[in-house]
Design a protein around this ligand. Structure first.
Ligand SMILES: O=C(O)CCC(=O)C(=O)O
Length: 265
Protein backbone atom coordinates (compact mmCIF):
# COMPACT_ATOMS: atom_id res chain seq x y z
CA UNK A 1 0.00 0.00 0.00
CA UNK A 2 1.03 3.60 -0.45
CA UNK A 3 1.81 5.36 2.81
CA UNK A 4 -0.30 8.44 3.63
CA UNK A 5 2.55 10.70 2.40
CA UNK A 6 2.91 8.74 -0.85
CA UNK A 7 -0.83 8.83 -1.36
CA UNK A 8 -0.89 12.60 -0.79
CA UNK A 9 1.89 13.05 -3.34
CA UNK A 10 0.06 10.87 -5.82
CA UNK A 11 -3.24 12.67 -5.36
CA UNK A 12 -1.65 16.11 -5.61
CA UNK A 13 0.81 15.46 -8.44
CA UNK A 14 -0.57 12.46 -10.27
CA UNK A 15 2.51 10.32 -9.67
CA UNK A 16 4.71 8.92 -6.95
CA UNK A 17 8.15 7.29 -7.05
CA UNK A 18 8.80 4.11 -5.06
CA UNK A 19 12.04 2.43 -4.10
CA UNK A 20 12.69 -0.99 -5.66
CA UNK A 21 10.20 -3.57 -4.45
CA UNK A 22 12.56 -6.53 -4.95
CA UNK A 23 16.23 -7.12 -4.12
CA UNK A 24 18.96 -6.14 -6.60
CA UNK A 25 19.54 -9.85 -7.30
CA UNK A 26 15.87 -10.44 -8.10
CA UNK A 27 15.75 -7.34 -10.28
CA UNK A 28 18.89 -8.44 -12.10
CA UNK A 29 17.10 -11.69 -12.99
CA UNK A 30 14.34 -9.62 -14.63
CA UNK A 31 16.90 -7.63 -16.62
CA UNK A 32 18.52 -10.90 -17.69
CA UNK A 33 15.11 -12.29 -18.70
CA UNK A 34 14.61 -9.21 -20.86
CA UNK A 35 17.85 -9.97 -22.66
CA UNK A 36 16.76 -13.59 -23.08
CA UNK A 37 13.54 -12.42 -24.70
CA UNK A 38 14.99 -9.70 -26.94
CA UNK A 39 17.69 -12.14 -28.06
CA UNK A 40 15.20 -14.96 -28.67
CA UNK A 41 16.71 -17.37 -26.16
CA UNK A 42 13.27 -17.56 -24.52
CA UNK A 43 10.07 -17.18 -26.51
CA UNK A 44 6.45 -17.17 -25.36
CA UNK A 45 3.18 -17.40 -27.24
CA UNK A 46 1.24 -14.16 -27.16
CA UNK A 47 4.07 -11.63 -27.19
CA UNK A 48 4.09 -8.73 -29.64
CA UNK A 49 7.27 -7.02 -30.86
CA UNK A 50 7.98 -3.68 -32.50
CA UNK A 51 11.42 -2.42 -33.50
CA UNK A 52 12.46 1.18 -32.96
CA UNK A 53 12.95 3.25 -36.07
CA UNK A 54 14.13 6.26 -34.08
CA UNK A 55 13.49 9.91 -34.55
CA UNK A 56 12.06 13.09 -33.18
CA UNK A 57 8.76 12.49 -34.96
CA UNK A 58 6.15 10.12 -33.60
CA UNK A 59 6.48 7.58 -36.41
CA UNK A 60 6.38 3.93 -35.51
CA UNK A 61 7.50 0.81 -37.31
CA UNK A 62 5.31 -2.24 -37.82
CA UNK A 63 4.74 -4.72 -35.03
CA UNK A 64 4.17 -8.45 -34.90
CA UNK A 65 5.93 -11.65 -33.97
CA UNK A 66 9.54 -11.94 -32.77
CA UNK A 67 11.73 -10.49 -35.51
CA UNK A 68 15.12 -11.95 -34.65
CA UNK A 69 17.66 -11.18 -31.91
CA UNK A 70 18.00 -7.42 -31.49
CA UNK A 71 18.82 -4.69 -28.97
CA UNK A 72 16.58 -2.36 -30.95
CA UNK A 73 13.09 -3.44 -29.98
CA UNK A 74 11.08 -0.36 -28.99
CA UNK A 75 8.07 -2.06 -27.53
CA UNK A 76 7.26 -5.62 -26.53
CA UNK A 77 3.87 -6.54 -25.09
CA UNK A 78 2.53 -9.65 -23.40
CA UNK A 79 4.93 -10.03 -20.47
CA UNK A 80 2.22 -11.63 -18.36
CA UNK A 81 3.13 -14.75 -20.35
CA UNK A 82 6.54 -14.83 -18.72
CA UNK A 83 6.53 -16.47 -15.25
CA UNK A 84 9.31 -14.28 -13.83
CA UNK A 85 7.64 -11.05 -14.95
CA UNK A 86 4.21 -12.31 -13.91
CA UNK A 87 5.58 -12.97 -10.44
CA UNK A 88 6.96 -9.42 -10.36
CA UNK A 89 3.64 -7.96 -11.56
CA UNK A 90 1.87 -9.86 -8.78
CA UNK A 91 4.26 -8.59 -6.10
CA UNK A 92 2.44 -7.87 -2.81
CA UNK A 93 3.34 -4.17 -3.12
CA UNK A 94 1.44 -3.90 -6.41
CA UNK A 95 -1.35 -6.05 -4.98
CA UNK A 96 -1.59 -3.62 -2.05
CA UNK A 97 -1.58 -0.47 -4.17
CA UNK A 98 -4.13 -1.72 -6.66
CA UNK A 99 -6.38 -2.95 -3.85
CA UNK A 100 -6.11 0.45 -2.21
CA UNK A 101 -6.95 2.26 -5.46
CA UNK A 102 -9.34 -0.13 -7.21
CA UNK A 103 -10.37 -3.12 -5.15
CA UNK A 104 -10.25 -6.87 -5.15
CA UNK A 105 -10.33 -7.82 -8.82
CA UNK A 106 -7.72 -6.26 -11.05
CA UNK A 107 -6.91 -6.98 -14.66
CA UNK A 108 -3.87 -6.11 -16.72
CA UNK A 109 -4.60 -3.94 -19.73
CA UNK A 110 -1.05 -4.37 -20.96
CA UNK A 111 2.36 -5.29 -19.65
CA UNK A 112 5.01 -3.87 -21.92
CA UNK A 113 8.69 -3.29 -22.34
CA UNK A 114 9.44 0.23 -23.61
CA UNK A 115 12.94 0.81 -24.84
CA UNK A 116 15.00 3.71 -26.09
CA UNK A 117 17.95 1.90 -27.67
CA UNK A 118 21.37 3.63 -27.51
CA UNK A 119 21.55 6.67 -29.84
CA UNK A 120 18.06 5.84 -31.05
CA UNK A 121 14.61 6.00 -29.48
CA UNK A 122 11.46 7.60 -30.81
CA UNK A 123 9.82 10.63 -29.31
CA UNK A 124 6.59 9.79 -27.55
CA UNK A 125 4.40 12.92 -27.45
CA UNK A 126 2.35 14.02 -24.47
CA UNK A 127 -0.49 11.62 -23.86
CA UNK A 128 -2.72 10.12 -21.21
CA UNK A 129 -3.28 6.44 -20.56
CA UNK A 130 -6.62 4.68 -20.82
CA UNK A 131 -10.08 6.16 -20.86
CA UNK A 132 -12.30 6.38 -23.86
CA UNK A 133 -9.23 7.43 -25.89
CA UNK A 134 -8.19 3.79 -25.63
CA UNK A 135 -11.80 2.64 -26.21
CA UNK A 136 -12.06 1.60 -22.57
CA UNK A 137 -14.99 2.12 -20.26
CA UNK A 138 -12.76 3.63 -17.57
CA UNK A 139 -13.84 7.14 -16.72
CA UNK A 140 -11.85 8.31 -13.75
CA UNK A 141 -8.50 7.83 -12.07
CA UNK A 142 -9.76 5.25 -9.65
CA UNK A 143 -9.90 2.42 -12.12
CA UNK A 144 -6.56 2.51 -13.90
CA UNK A 145 -2.89 2.81 -12.87
CA UNK A 146 0.32 2.72 -14.85
CA UNK A 147 3.30 1.30 -12.99
CA UNK A 148 6.55 2.09 -14.77
CA UNK A 149 9.66 0.17 -13.65
CA UNK A 150 13.20 1.24 -14.53
CA UNK A 151 15.02 -1.75 -16.04
CA UNK A 152 17.97 0.59 -16.71
CA UNK A 153 18.79 3.88 -15.05
CA UNK A 154 16.54 6.46 -16.69
CA UNK A 155 17.98 9.95 -17.15
CA UNK A 156 17.08 13.10 -19.06
CA UNK A 157 19.82 12.26 -21.59
CA UNK A 158 18.59 8.74 -22.33
CA UNK A 159 14.91 9.68 -22.62
CA UNK A 160 13.31 9.19 -19.21
CA UNK A 161 9.58 9.76 -18.80
CA UNK A 162 8.63 13.43 -18.34
CA UNK A 163 5.39 14.36 -16.58
CA UNK A 164 3.28 17.46 -15.96
CA UNK A 165 2.57 17.42 -12.21
CA UNK A 166 -1.07 17.93 -11.36
CA UNK A 167 -2.26 17.49 -14.96
CA UNK A 168 -4.29 14.40 -13.97
CA UNK A 169 -6.77 16.84 -12.46
CA UNK A 170 -7.63 18.06 -15.97
CA UNK A 171 -9.48 14.82 -16.57
CA UNK A 172 -9.48 13.07 -19.92
CA UNK A 173 -8.24 15.35 -22.72
CA UNK A 174 -7.77 12.70 -25.36
CA UNK A 175 -11.21 11.54 -26.40
CA UNK A 176 -9.92 9.65 -29.38
CA UNK A 177 -6.41 8.22 -29.65
CA UNK A 178 -4.14 8.80 -26.71
CA UNK A 179 -2.00 11.82 -27.63
CA UNK A 180 -3.26 15.32 -26.86
CA UNK A 181 -3.68 18.23 -29.26
CA UNK A 182 -1.05 20.97 -29.79
CA UNK A 183 -3.48 23.45 -28.20
CA UNK A 184 -3.80 21.35 -25.07
CA UNK A 185 -0.05 20.88 -24.93
CA UNK A 186 0.56 24.64 -25.15
CA UNK A 187 -2.08 25.34 -22.55
CA UNK A 188 -1.30 22.65 -20.02
CA UNK A 189 2.26 21.33 -20.44
CA UNK A 190 4.11 24.41 -19.27
CA UNK A 191 5.92 22.91 -16.29
CA UNK A 192 7.29 19.40 -16.34
CA UNK A 193 9.32 17.06 -14.17
CA UNK A 194 11.73 14.44 -15.52
CA UNK A 195 11.37 11.10 -13.76
CA UNK A 196 15.03 10.20 -13.46
CA UNK A 197 15.10 6.76 -11.86
CA UNK A 198 17.68 4.33 -10.58
CA UNK A 199 17.54 0.71 -11.72
CA UNK A 200 14.58 -0.98 -10.01
CA UNK A 201 12.79 2.20 -8.97
CA UNK A 202 9.11 2.42 -9.76
CA UNK A 203 6.93 5.32 -10.92
CA UNK A 204 3.21 4.97 -10.21
CA UNK A 205 1.31 7.18 -12.66
CA UNK A 206 -2.31 8.34 -12.64
CA UNK A 207 -3.85 7.44 -15.99
CA UNK A 208 -4.77 11.04 -16.81
CA UNK A 209 -1.29 12.38 -16.00
CA UNK A 210 0.23 14.03 -19.08
CA UNK A 211 3.48 12.25 -19.87
CA UNK A 212 5.94 11.96 -22.73
CA UNK A 213 9.51 10.83 -23.45
CA UNK A 214 12.31 11.87 -25.75
CA UNK A 215 14.95 10.14 -27.87
CA UNK A 216 18.07 8.59 -26.34
CA UNK A 217 21.17 10.73 -26.85
CA UNK A 218 23.49 8.36 -24.97
CA UNK A 219 25.13 5.05 -25.74
CA UNK A 220 23.24 3.34 -22.89
CA UNK A 221 19.82 1.78 -23.37
CA UNK A 222 16.80 3.10 -21.47
CA UNK A 223 14.56 0.13 -20.90
CA UNK A 224 11.37 0.35 -18.88
CA UNK A 225 8.71 -2.18 -17.94
CA UNK A 226 5.28 -0.56 -17.83
CA UNK A 227 2.19 -2.28 -16.49
CA UNK A 228 -1.33 -0.86 -16.80
CA UNK A 229 -3.48 -2.29 -14.03
CA UNK A 230 -7.22 -1.77 -14.48
CA UNK A 231 -10.22 -2.35 -12.27
CA UNK A 232 -11.73 -5.75 -13.11
CA UNK A 233 -14.96 -4.00 -14.13
CA UNK A 234 -13.37 -1.98 -16.95
CA UNK A 235 -14.22 -3.34 -20.37
CA UNK A 236 -13.73 -2.48 -24.01
CA UNK A 237 -16.33 0.07 -25.13
CA UNK A 238 -16.93 -1.75 -28.36
CA UNK A 239 -17.24 -5.19 -26.70
CA UNK A 240 -18.89 -4.84 -23.27
CA UNK A 241 -19.46 -8.58 -22.99
CA UNK A 242 -15.94 -9.57 -23.93
CA UNK A 243 -14.21 -11.18 -20.95
CA UNK A 244 -11.51 -8.66 -21.65
CA UNK A 245 -8.10 -8.49 -20.15
CA UNK A 246 -6.28 -11.13 -18.08
CA UNK A 247 -7.04 -11.11 -14.36
CA UNK A 248 -3.92 -10.36 -12.39
CA UNK A 249 -5.36 -10.14 -8.86
CA UNK A 250 -8.46 -11.71 -7.35
CA UNK A 251 -10.46 -14.85 -8.21
CA UNK A 252 -9.40 -16.41 -11.49
CA UNK A 253 -6.04 -14.62 -11.61
CA UNK A 254 -3.19 -15.83 -13.78
CA UNK A 255 -0.75 -18.05 -11.93
CA UNK A 256 3.00 -18.25 -12.15
CA UNK A 257 2.69 -22.05 -12.09
CA UNK A 258 0.54 -22.04 -15.23
CA UNK A 259 2.92 -19.66 -16.98
CA UNK A 260 5.83 -21.88 -15.94
CA UNK A 261 4.05 -25.01 -17.17
CA UNK A 262 3.37 -23.40 -20.57
CA UNK A 263 7.03 -22.46 -20.79
CA UNK A 264 8.29 -25.97 -20.22
CA UNK A 265 5.54 -27.73 -22.22
O1 LIG B 1 8.54 4.46 -21.57
C1 LIG B 1 8.19 5.52 -22.08
O2 LIG B 1 8.97 6.24 -22.65
C2 LIG B 1 6.76 5.97 -21.98
C3 LIG B 1 5.88 4.92 -21.41
C4 LIG B 1 4.45 5.30 -21.30
O3 LIG B 1 3.96 6.24 -21.86
C5 LIG B 1 3.63 4.46 -20.43
O4 LIG B 1 4.16 3.53 -19.83
O5 LIG B 1 2.43 4.75 -20.31
Amino acid sequence: MLTPDQLDHFQENGYVILDPVVSPTEFEALRQRCDDITQGRIQHEGMWFQKDIGGSEYKLGPGGKFDGPSDNYRKIEGWENDPLFLQYMQHPVFRGITKQMMGEQVRVYRAMFMNKPPKLGTVLPYHQDGGTGWRLSSVDGNDFLTVWNALDAATIENGCVEVVPGSHKLGLLSERGHTISKEHEEAYAKTSVFLELEIGQVAVLHNFLLHRSDINKTDRSRRGFSVCYIDGKVHRLDAPDHPGFPIIFGPGALTVEDAQARMTA
